[in-house]
Structure formats: structure tokens, C-alpha cells
Design a protein around this ligand. Structure first.
Ligand SMILES: *Cc1c(COP(=O)(O)O)cnc(C)c1O
Length: 863
């Protein structure tokens, strides 16, 4: 008989006894996912079910029998713990926190944070990798700090895929259906009880309708749009089918929903709940960039809006928009055929009333080397956001170079893209045993004060640190064996063949972790460059090494799947399979014990393609030592003794040669530095020099790699200035009208602006360091006033072809005005360094509401 299939499925939500209502409250807020005491309450409900549901409170409560619930409802001890956990959550949600105490009215009343993926917990699988995990950590830290963020994303029916392996080691993808009723989310409803929806006009069809789910991430609401709504044609229902699937039209529809639909969902949420309207809009990568168009529509043509002209609306929306770019790989930028975008925005279109030519111009690659047939989401992102950043110092630099074409009159250093280095959410990623090391030593980093930890690290005896590490490594080994066995069974092995797995991996062997997505630049298989050398390292009789590896390849990337297969085939060899394992289905659940369990975290991307990287930060917070190419965050914070830098053969054009060189350096480091130090033990078996390095890692990196540091940086450097600019512009929109008019006047007058003549004095024949140099610049401003511009002395070292480097900028002051718009500007600099010195004078637009001198893209230099 064929299997009987249900024609319809639904989930019956459990009814909890009144005394246990608190369990429902705890399960409904994802704060449990980074709060071990709340997890302990769930574990106490039924430890086996808690484990078998993969630590999923909603499914736990659905699966526990009535008898057990009645028993708990009568258990005073349990009720006391439950009450305490509930009170703790309530306190967490309501007490003033950093933002209320330190930022308050200088900061935005609310910030909307848009992202195509959010990785918060394994039980809400709405992420594929780093971008999503970062977004999740951003929301969690914002919640801890009291920063009033609202997340906006999509709810994908299949999430990302589940990865398994075939017998031959080929990646197999499955897409389990997620039932929203089994997820820790609830539907946004109007006050009448009806579900809230938003809609978007689509070309040649009915409107696309979406409902809105809300997840509670501590204090932060996360709105997730979902097109699985009856009445939508199947093609629309499929818009939120899966993360990063389908062709470019499918992606365009998803991004339309995220950007345009996301703003509409926010408005609905604020209208219904009374939540303050966001003053700042942050787009995490370009995918949500259409949000700017919807905001322009609201400000220009929407019947209940202020009916501004387009230029004014653009100023209002730009001032309050922050754009973070995440990829230094040009192929990683989101680009659509221009004709496709035109189809979706031509009248009546997704944002009716916003002229489609203006929209197309915003994403046009109208710079040297651009493709006129393409609509570029990153380019639109920069044009619609007054503030933009990359995600590490190095990535900021690479991004300025990559997008210099948008500001051709300026050097890379002045391209208005800054950087805020990513961070990770310590309460999520640090094993509780690590923080417990500090308890009893006058610090309790388990609460709000993670920073209390770094100061007491030195007080913890080496043996104690080492014992905890052993516990964490063993936990990882045991879990890895279980995953390995499951994988082999799925690959068709019989249980009887798998006896070897009981001894696979060893809780006392130096453990190196490598887990990340598998795009080619991350070089999963670099370690296989010299297979014999690797084998020798793994099986060294005195100082063996073991490797735990994981990662998913994008389903459409056969190149990545071949790399996985190559690695799996190597790891299948009976000679090494006890020392190197590939664990399928890398996700948050696997990641949580992986980082704490590894001694060393390996990262060997092709420099500089790793924008930041965050997995090494999670390892570091658990005392793991990084062994990495100097790329992303590691380039910034490696200090010579908090891990190891794999020398990169930058500039070697031959890719094979480069891989050979870097792999050889990696093997040498592992053998001569890493393993040597790990196995160098004192009389008690403790590797004291290793533990010293763990301590140094915790102290030097701990305070920096935190998402709380990152979110504070965003608040101070981007969100608060954006909110203040936005307020200046749009209290009654007079500021925006003025700014738009000013820009248009300045741009019209700019062709007349010239630096006519520059004189300097005071430097004589043999200038010495410290000598003052006076400069007088005669400039013609045409129709502009001195207040419209900054006349600047730019000075620095000179290269052999007179290019200025390491430049500094000094504003000159207007000293005298002549007829016909001519002025003299004066100033003085000290010759602050020996050696070559050069300078020039330039004129740039100046206005209090500009965030950068490059914003208008114009500059006048001496001819
Ligand atoms: C941290 C993390 C990532 C991102 O790691 P990178 O180093 O940025 O590549 C991806 N997936 C999971 C499950 C993670 O926890």
C-alpha cells in the first residue's frame, strides 16, 4: 500500500495549565536562546524531549504529555524556578539599559534594521551563513543594550536547505517545510483580530499580498513577511519559498517584498502597536535597498504624506538611511537586468508615483567600466544612504577602492564609505563553562557585564582553564561522533560497519576547526594541497592533530560541491578517518559546541575576499586560538601573540603557485608552532605556554570582538548622527527643502568654481620639521558664497610622480573678498614630518547637513 498522505496539516497548540502559563511566555521570547537559566527551566520540563526536539521550547511544550504538565503544575520547586525566570525576563524587557542611560534623546527613537536573513537560533532557520548570523547577533546585542531596533526580514517556508552527503560525498539538499505554527513567532493582527497584511502592485497581475509574523528577540521585535496567503496565485506564494533560490526575477520579487513591503509592514506594526516610528533605516547589504524608494513614495505622492518634491524627499530619506556593504567580491554584488527593474517599477508599479527613470538612474552603473544594461543594488544603496560602511578596516579600504567610480573626483581615502568591524554576541556564543570560570572571582559575565570577564582571566589557574577546555573538547568529540554516525547511515552504511566511529576523534588531541560556507575564495581544500604532508600531521605518533570540518555549498554551485567531495573523499580514507571528519549540515546547533571545543580555529581565505569573518571571533571568546590569513578582522586585531598569521602570498598572480606557497606555510605553522606549543606540557600535564596564549587571546580580543561593541559603534557613529541630521531636515521639512535647493544651486554654479592661484611663504630654502608654512589661495566662486564651500589645504608626503599620500586636510579661512566672486583664503600648517612634503589646495562644497566632503562628488583643484 502506498503511504497515506494528509490532504491538510495543521498544528494544535498546547494548552498549558494556568500555573505553567509562564512557560508559554518564556518560549515566546527568543531571549531563552542566549539565556542558559531559561534553557535549564525547559530542560527541567522533560530533559529527554528537550534534547530530542533539538532544544526547541515550542515543540517541547507541544510534545510533553498532560500527565507531566499536571505534575509540574503541582511542583512547588519547579514553579518557583519558573516564576524566577519569568521575573528575570520581565526585568530584562523593562529596565533602562545602556541606550536609555547613555544615549537617550541624542539617539533615534527607533531604528529599522532590514536584512534578507536572520540567524537567531537553530529553531528559526532563516539564515544561510555569516550575513544572517551577524544580523541575529546585531538584534540580540541591541536588545541587551536597550537600543530601540525593529528587525525586518522575510519568513521563508523552507529556510535554507538541509545538507546531507551521498555515498560518493556529493552534497544532497533537502528543503523541509517549516510550519509557522511550530515556530516561535506570532501573526501580527489588527486590533479587530483580523490578520494584518500589506500588498504590492505587480506587473500584469493582481497585487502581491503578504502577512506579517513577529518574533520577539528580547526587547527587539523582528517582522517577517510571508506571501503564503490564500488568494495569492501560486507564483506569489512562492516568493517566500526559500532563501537565495530561483532566478533573478524571483530574487527581485523577494527584494521588492523585503524593501517596499518591509516599510509597509513597519508602518502597520507601528500603527497597530503604538511603537515609535523609526527615525533611521539600516540596510544590511544591498538586498533591502528598495526601502528607500518606498520612503520616497511616502514623502512625495502618498495621500497622507507631506507631498514633497522628489529632490527634497530624497534628502529626507538619504539623511536617515545607513547602508552596510558586506562583500569585497564584485561578483557578490546584487545586480539585475535593467529591463526587469523597469518592468516592476513602471506605472502603476511597486512604488507608484516615483518616476521609473529616476529609479533606474539610482541603480545605473554610469561610471567608467559600468554595464549600462544592469541595475546595481549596491550602487543604489550608496545613492540612497547618506552613511555607508564596510565591516572591517580592511574591507572599508577595499570597498572605497571598489566603489571609487561613484566619486571619481576623489581619492580612495575620501570615498565616503567608512567601516565598523563586525562583532559576535557573547551570551550566545560563549560556553557557559567559560563564563563560570569567572564566577566567584568577583565578576559575573553571565549577566550584563561581559567585560567583567577579561579582568579576572589572569586569576584563574592554568589547570582550571585547561580542565574546562578538556570538558568542552570532549563534548565536541562526542557530538561529532553522533553526527558522523548519522551521516554514514544516511550515506548507506550498515551500523555494523561503523564500529570505528566509537574511537574517531580523541578528546586529548589538538583539535582544529574549520567551518564556513564553501565559496571558492574560502578555500576549503587548501589543507589538501599536499595530502601526504597533511596525513603526516594527522597521524603524527607524538603530536597528532585532528580536524573537524563543516560547511554548505550554495545549491547552484557545483564547484563548491566538488570541493566538499574532495574533502570528504580524503576524510573517508581509513588511514585518517579517525583524525579528520566532515560533518554535514553546518548550522547554529552545530556551531554552538564547535567553537568552544576547538583549540584552534583555521581560516584561509584568498586575501582580501573575506570582508570580516566572525567565526574566529566566536572561537576567540572561548579561548580558541586563531590560525588565519591576515584578512578581514584578523588583519586588524592580530597582535603577534594572540594566535598565528598564515603568511599570504599577495601579488603572486599564479593561483596554483599562491595556493602552494600558502599551504606550505600553513603546514609549517601547524607542525612547528601550533602542535609544538600544544604538546609542550608541565609536570601536571598542563601546556602552560598554550594557556598563556589562551589568556592573552581572551584579554586582547575579548573586549573588541563583541557585537555589543559593534552596536554601540553603530549607534554613536551612524544611527545617532543620522537621526540628528534627519531631525534637522524634516521637523517641518524646511531643512530638506533648503538642502535640496542648496545642492542644486551648488551643482549649477560649480563649473565657475576655480582655484586661480596659490602662494606660500615661510619655508625658505631648507625647511625644517616644525616650521610653519603660510598659504594664500585665490579662488573664484562664481555665484557661490564663501559659506557654501570649504577651501582646503591638502598636504602629505609625495611619491616619485608627485602623488600625495598620507594626506591631511586643513581648512583655510576667508581673508579678503574682491569683486566678481573672487576671494582670498589663508591658513598655516606646521611641516610635521621630515622628507618629501607636498600640498595642493582644493574647493569642495560645504553644508552642515553633509556627512562627507565627497557627497556631491565635485571638487575644484588648481588647473
Ligand atoms: C558564525 C557563523 C557563520 C559565519 O562565519 P564566517 O567566519 O563569517 O564565515 C556561518 N554559519 C554559522 C552557523 C555561524 O555560526
Amino acid at each position: 500500500m502506498p503511504p497515506v498522505r494528509a490532504i491538510r496539516r495543521f498544528t494544535v497548540r498546547p494548552v498549558l495549565p494556568d500555573a505553567l502559563a509562564g512557560l508559554g511566555t518564556l518560549a515566546a521570547n527568543l531571549r531563552w536562546s542566549w539565556h542558559p537559566p531559561t534553557q535549564d527551566v525547559f530542560a527541567a520540563v522533560d530533559a529527554d524531549v528537550w534534547a530530542s526536539t533539538g532544544h526547541d521550547p515550542v515543540r517541547l511544550l507541544g510534545a510533553v504529555g498532560r500527565d507531566r504538565l499536571d505534575e509540574l503544575a503541582a511542583d512547588e520547586g519547579f514553579l518557583a524556578r519558573l516564576g524566577a525566570a519569568e521575573a528575570d525576563l520581565d526585568q530584562y524587557l523593562t529596565a533602562p539599559r545602556w541606550f536609555q542611560q547613555k544615549v537617550a534623546d541624542d539617539g533615534p527613537r527607533a531604528i529599522a534594521y532590514f536584512s534578507p536573513e536572520f540567524g537567531i537560533t537553530a529553531v528559526l532557520p532563516q539564515y544561510s551563513g555569516g550575513l544572517g548570523i551577524l544580523a541575529g547577533d546585531h538584534l540580540k546585542s541591541a536588545s541587551d543594550l536597550g537600543v530601540p531596533i525593529i528587525g525586518v526580514g522575510l519568513l521563508y517556508r523552507h529556510g535554507y536547505f538541509r545538507q546531507a552527503l551521498s555515498r560518493e560525498g556529493w552534497q544532497q539538499e533537502t528543503y523541509p517545510v517549516l510550519d509557522p505554527d511550530e515556530l516561535p513567532i506570532s501573526l501580527l493582527r489588527e486590533r479587530t483580530g483580523e490578520r494584518a497584511t500589506i500588498s504590492i502592485a505587480m506587473p500584469g497581475g493582481p497585487d502581491l499580498v503578504a502577512r506579517i509574523w513577529v518574533a520577539r528577540v528580547g526587547r527587539v521585535p523582528l517582522l517577517m513577511l510571508d506571501t503564503d496567503v490564500e488568494g495569492n496565485p501560486q507564483a506569489y506564494i512562492d516568493v517566500t519559498d526559500r532563501l537565495y533560490g530561483g532566478n533573478s526575477e524571483h530574487r527581485l520579487r523577494q527584494e521588492l517584498l523585503l524593501g517596499v513591503g518591509g516599510v509597509r509592514a513597519l508602518r502597520a506594526y507601528c500603527r497597530i502597536t503604538g511603537h515609535p516610528e523609526p527615525e533611521v533605516f539600516h540596510t544590511n547589504e544591498g538586498h533591502a535597498g528598495f526601502l528607500g524608494l518606498e520612503r520616497i513614495r511616502e514623502l512625495t505622492v502618498a495621500p497622507n504624506g507631506p507631498q514633497l518634491d522628489l529632490a527634497t524627499a530624497l534628502e529626507v530619506s538619504r539623511a536617515s538611511t545607513v547602508f552596510t556593504t558586506h562583500t569585497p567580491v564584485p561578483a557578490g554584488i546584487d545586480r539585475f537586468p535593467r529591463t526587469l527593474v523597469e518592468q516592476y517599477f513602471a506605472e502603476p508599479g511597486a512604488t507608484p508615483g516615483v518616476p521609473v527613470e529616476r529609479i533606474l538612474a539610482l541603480g545605473a552603473e554610469d561610471f567608467a567600466g559600468g554595464d549600462p544594461a544592469v541595475f546595481n543594488m549596491a550602487v543604489m544603496g550608496f545613492r540612497l544612504a547618506q552613511r555607508a560602511n564596510g565591516v572591517s578596516l580592511l574591507h572599508g579600504h577595499v570597498s572605497r577602492g571598489m566603489f571609487n567610480g561613484l566619486w571619481p573626483a576623489f581619492d580612495e581615502a575620501e570615498v565616503p564609505i567608512g567601516s565598523i568591524t563586525n562583532g559576535v554576541h557573547a551570551p550566545t556564543w560563549v560556553a557557559r563553562e567559560i563564563f563560570e570560570l569567572a564566577a566567584g572571582r568577583g565578576a559575573d559575565p553571565r549577566g550584563d557585564d561581559v567585560d567583567a570577564f577579561w579582568d579576572v582571566v589572569d586569576q584563574v589557574p592554568a589547570a582550571e582553564i585547561w580542565n574546562v577546555k578538556r570538558v568542552l573538547r570532549e563534548r565536541l568529540v562526542v557530538g561529532a561522533r553522533q553526527r558522523l554516525e548519522r551521516s554514514w547511515l544516511e550515506r548507506g552504511a550498515a551500523k555494523a560497519e561503523l564500529g570505528w566511529i566509537d574511537d574517531a576523534l580523541d578528546p586529548d588531541v589538538l583539535t582544529i576547526g574549520f567551518a564556513r560556507r564553501v565559496p571558492s575564495y574560502k578555500r576549503l581544500t587548501l589543507m589538501l594541497r599536499d595530502p601526504e604532508r597533511l596525513k603526516a600531521l594527522l597521524t603524527d605518533p607524538e603530536r597528532p592533530v585532528q580536524l573537524i570540518i563543516a560547511g554548505k555549498s550554495h545549491p547552484a554551485d557545483d564547484g563548491g560541491k566538488r570541493l566538499i567531495q574532495e574533502l570528504v573523499r580524503f576524510a573517508d580514507d581509513p588511514a585518517v578517518r579517525h583524525r579528520i571528519v566532515f560533518l554535514p549540515n553546518y548550522d547554529i546547533a552545530m556551531a554552538l559546541p564547535l567553537y568552544p571545543g576547538c583549540d584552534v580555529w583555521l581560516n584561509n581565505p584568498l586575501r582580501p575576499y573575506e570582508a570580516c569573518g566572525t567565526s574566529g571571533m566566536k572561537a576567540a571568546l572561548n579561548g580558541g586560538l586563531n590560525l588565519s590569513i591576515l584578512d578581514g578582522w584578523w588583519d586588524e586585531w592580530f597582535d603577534g601573540s594572540n594566535g598565528w598569521a598564515i603568511p599570504s602570498a599577495d601579488g603572486v598572480e599564479d593561483v596554483d603557485k599562491r595556493d602552494d606557497l600558502e599551504a606550505a606555510a600553513l603546514y609549517d605553522l601547524i607542525e612547528n608552532e601550533v602542535a609544538a606549543r600544544f604538546y609542550d606540557r608541565d609536570a601536571d600535564g598542563v601546556p602552560t605556554r598554550w594557556v598563556e596564549m589562551m589568556r592573552h587571546t581572551l584579554k586582547s580580543l575579548g573586549p573588541k570582538v563583541l557585537a555589543s561593541r559593534m552596536v554601540r559603534d553603530y549607534v554613536r557613529e551612524l544611527y545617532s548622527p543620522a537621526a540628528q541630521h534627519a531631525r534637522a531636515l524634516n521637523s517641518d521639512y524646511a531643512g530638506a527643502v533648503e538642502l535640496a535647493a542648496w545642492k542644486s544651486r551648488v551643482l549649477a554654479a560649480w563649473p565657475q568654481v576655480r582655484v586661480e592661484h596659490v602662494e606660500s611663504s615661510g619655508i625658505g630654502d631648507a625647511p625644517e620639521v616644525g616650521a610653519p608654512m603660510s598659504v594664500r589661495a585665490f579662488v573664484a566662486l562664481g555665484a557661490l558664497e564663501p559659506a557654501d564651500v570649504a577651501v582646503q589645504l591638502v598636504h602629505g608626503r609625495t611619491t616619485s610622480d608627485d602623488e600625495l599620500v598620507d594626506t591631511r586636510v586643513v581648512d583655510l579661512d576667508v581673508a579678503e573678498s574682491y569683486e566678481a566672486g573672487r576671494h582670498r583664503f589663508d591658513g598655516t600648517v606646521l611641516l610635521d614630518h621630515a622628507g618629501s612634503f607636498g600640498y595642493t589646495v582644493r574647493v569642495v562644497p560645504r553644508h552642515a547637513q553633509l556627512a562627507s566632503v565627497a557627497e556631491l562628488g565635485v571638487v575644484a583643484l588648481p588647473s
